[in-house]
Design a protein around this ligand. Structure first.
Ligand code: DAH
Length: 350
């Protein structure tokens, strides 16, 4: 192989080894650049005779054209490969099924709250909403809870900074403060009737919402839900509580086969007080007494804090746990599952 042939074949090899345009331009410089091998050969012709210059020049030109052709071919090959790579990366398979937006659903506890609101709504109860950051007054004092009651300690209640006696200073430990908040507004509206000795529209309300306590295990979460109920009038009795609550439970659990038990208990804001237990007669929980709510006749001091005369107005209240009702309804045994936010668990309730 003569010198020029071997130059062309080493250019072919160098171009083939270049895998990027930049590498290819470097390889090109070795042959066609200012001090490239072909350029050097041209310069070397200066001393030749005119005759030799002609033949030598023609031969070098052939070699140069061959190298240029190789270069162009390699450039094209690299460009083609790059285009191919891009097309592959952006490939769109139009035969794939469409991507669906994950469809959300209501949280199981929200489903329970909706159910509770629907059932009590149909019995003429208003639905009220109140602040989760409460004052000491509404959360405890107005509810006849004494200064030294354990619920008022730091062990049981989350206090927030900067609270004064008047200003909100704690995360409400129950929804019971809504009894007084709602009643005060109601009484304000109907003061003229009350003072004139006329009939006041009865207070009939439920107040569902989030509540907070320093507590955490399989059946307690620092944040949980409660739903308060209040019915106050001139002639509301414990019998009404029994009727309303029994009706509620049967509708909620879609079962006529349900027995309720009112077990004597104590709460500062009711007298007498009771715990309400239910018992299913069939199904997986049959035969067990399950506590679902606290209840009682509203204490005269609380009626007074509502702005009403306890000699004239009387009624009952209850406070139940929607989380627990949800666990019973769906057979869930760990409360924490509701608040972990695991979509695999939550999506079962859609
Ligand atoms: N607030 C009570 C609690 O958190 C529950 C309760 C009991 C509410 C009796 C009431 C009631 O309205 O009458 O444990």
């Amino acid at each position: 192989m003569n010198e020029l042939d071997s130059l062309v074949s080493s250019a072919r090899e160098a171009f083939a080894q270049a895998t990027t345009p930049a590498e290819l331009e470097n390889a090109k410089a070795q042959f066609l650049g200012k001090s490239g091998r072909l350029t050097e050969l041209m310069k070397g012709m200066a001393q030749l005779s005119p005759e030799d210059k002609k033949t030598r020049g023609a031969a070098i030109n052939v070699a140069k054209q061959a190298v240029e052709a190789l270069l162009t071919a390699r450039r094209q090959a690299l460009a083609d490969a790059e285009l191919e790579r891009q097309l592959k990366a952006e490939a769109l398979d139009v035969t794939l099924p469409g991507r669906q937006q994950g469809r959300g659903g209501l949280h199981p506890v929200s489903l329970t709250l909706e159910r509770i609101e629907g059932i009590f709504g149909s019995m003429g109860f208003d639905v009220a909403d109140g602040p989760e950051i409460e004052t000491d007054w509404f959360n405890f004092t107005a509810l006849n809870t004494p200064e030294d009651h354990p619920a008022r300690s730091m062990h049981d209640t989350f206090y927030v900074e900067g609270g004064t006696l008047e200003a909100p200073n704690l995360l409400r430990t129950h929804t019971s403060p809504m009894q007084v908040r709602y009643a005060v507004q109601h009484v304000k509206k109907y003061r003229h009737l009350i003072d004139a000795g006329q009939a006041m529209p009865e207070i009939r309300v439920i107040a569902p919402g989030r509540t907070y306590r320093v507590d955490s295990d399989a059946t307690h979460s620092p944040m949980f839900h409660q739903c308060e109920g209040l019915w106050i009038g001139e002639n509301v009795s414990f019998k009404d509580l029994k009727v309303v609550f029994t009706d509620f439970c049967k509708t909620f659990f879609e079962s006529e086969d349900l027995v309720l038990r009112f077990r004597p208990s104590f709460f500062p804001f009711t007298e007498p007080s009771a715990e309400i237990d239910i018992q299913f007669q069939s199904g997986p929980l049959a035969g067990r007494w399950l506590e679902v709510s606290g209840a009682g006749q509203v204490h005269p001091n609380v009626v007074r804090n509502m702005g009403l005369d306890p000699e004239r107005f009387i009624g009952f209240a209850f406070g139940m746990g929607p989380d627990r009702l949800t666990m019973l309804r769906y057979g869930v045994n760990d409360l924490r599952l509701f608040f972990d936010g695991d979509i695999r668990f939550l999506s079962q309730f859609r």
